[in-house]
Design a protein around this ligand. Structure first.
Ligand code: XUL
Ligand code: CO
Length: 433
């Protein structure tokens, strides 16, 4: 045991009336919601990078956090792992997620990086065995080091493509070894800063080819988890190729990968793309590529990716409504891709941020389940489209313009506008919150 979280107890469910800050009011892991325990619906994961690797900097100032594991040695990396697993246990999160660069020191060579990663993977394996905590997903950080400044797969320099491919292989191996349930690709620098120096056609081909190689290797190694792409429209690059769910779907189709790759959808990225979170989730569901979520909250004024812990229950209810409509998670889960504010210095801030986020997710889930079980919202939706379920409605889509016109003329078709009932439905949704 380290003493980092000294004095902080394991967090337990105490119900909505509790006035204990270190307790769940809504997240009751074994409580059954729509026939399934809450913990199995939500499948919470803590993100290594924000909680343990981020020093608290912003564009105007550097490190604010003073953590005993900040340093470049393997000893630091092991201490970081010790503290991370202590946090996972205090919170009772069943999963975690990591990038290679979060968990191992940066070596002078590729071989050193690989050796460092393998050593930490062995260390994780012991801790996972001892605690029962599992890996939701692993990923490669192909964006922080300066070698990736002009992209990873999309780099103009083929050596960077090669270095990136090799790094992805080591991270897929690590994920497989730890029994990870998914492997994520977020194209942090797969985009461009200016078209003046960018060969967009070539870069897209490179990105598509890299993804095909990832899928080929997944099958070769017998990885049973899902390959997930995490869309984001901009930041760090001005324009990123994986802009949003619909854009990525077009990309997958082009490279023949639509049956192979699903989406990891992040709240903040949806907002940056000018969408709501529920729009992105619904789009993925309709396209059959829903996978997992990165749960956080984006500031609506700042225009950049603030990665705050989630606390907006009404929005989360609509998000989990779409997750439930998609049939819930299979390999995916709710990963807190969220970081403290840089003034939140204390160990207890880290715990309470997650406690609040987990509680808000649980409230959102319960409201979403109630909406779905009640069925009023779905009944209103079906009613709105009822005409399409009639024989005439169904026949229309198999018809042609000439026959349709003949029918419109013969029947004297003259459609009457009907209310969309938006306010009524908004009022209905608020009743479940
Ligand atoms: C960045 C982001 C990443 C991915 C994993 O905005 O969300 O942390 O989740 O690379
Ligand atoms: Co993310």
């Amino acid at each position: 045991m380290t003493d980092f979280f000294k004095g902080i107890p394991a967090i337990k469910y105490e119900g909505p009336d509790s006035d204990n800050d270190f307790a769940f009011r809504h997240y009751n892991p074994d409580e059954v919601v729509m026939g399934k325990a809450m913990k199995d619906h939500l499948r919470f994961a803590a993100a290594y990078w924000h909680s343990f690797a981020w020093p608290g900097g912003d564009p105007f100032g550097g490190q604010t956090f003073d953590r005993p594991w900040f340093g470049d040695s393997m000893d630091h990396a092991r201490l970081k792992a010790d503290v991370a697993f202590e946090m996972f246990q205090i919170l009772g999160v069943p999963y975690f997620c990591f990038h290679d660069a979060d968990v191992r020191p940066e070596g002078a060579t590729f071989a050193q990086n690989t050796a460092n990663l393998e050593a930490i993977v062995d260390y994780f394996a012991e801790k996972m065995d001892a605690t029962g905590i599992k890996l939701l997903w692993g990923t490669a950080n192909l964006f922080s080091h300066k070698r990736f400044m002009s992209g990873a797969a999309t780099n103009p320099d083929p050596d960077v493509f090669a270095y990136s491919a090799a790094t992805i292989k080591t991270c897929m191996d690590a994920t497989m070894k730890l029994g990870g349930e998914n492997y994520v690709l977020w194209g942090g620098r797969e985009g461009y800063e200016t078209l003046l120096n960018t060969d967009m056609g070539r870069e897209r081909q490179q990105a598509g080819r890299m993804l095909q190689m990832v899928v080929d290797y997944k099958h070769k190694m017998g990885f049973k988890g899902a390959i997930l792409i995490e869309p984001k429209p901009q930041e760090p690059t001005k324009h990123q190729y994986d802009y949003d769910v619909a854009t990525v779907y077009g990309f997958l189709k082009e490279f023949g990968l639509e049956g192979e790759v699903q989406m990891n959808i992040e709240q903040g990225h949806a907002i940056l793309a000018g969408h709501s979170f529920e729009h992105e989730l619904a789009m993925a569901r309709e396209l059959g590529i829903f996978g997992s979520i990165d749960m956080n909250r984006n500031d609506y004024q700042s225009g950049w990716d603030t990665d705050q812990f989630p606390n907006n229950v009404p929005e989360m209810a609509l998000a989990y409504y779409e997750v439930l409509r998609a049939g819930g998670f299979t390999t995916g889960g709710t990963n807190f891709d969220a970081k403290l504010r840089r003034q939140s210095l204390d160990p207890e801030d880290l715990i309470l941020a997650h406690v609040g986020g987990m509680d808000a997710c649980a409230s959102g889930l319960k409201a979403a389940a109630a909406m779905l079980e009640d069925g009023k919202l779905e009944a209103a939706r079906s009613d709105r489209y009822a005409g399409w379920d009639t024989a005439d409605g169904k026949g229309l889509l198999n018809s042609d313009l000439e026959s349709i016109m003949a029918t419109v003329v013969a029947d004297g078709t003259n459609p009457e506008p009907r209310s969309g009932r938006q306010e009524r439905l908004e009022n209905l949704v608020n009743r479940y919150l």
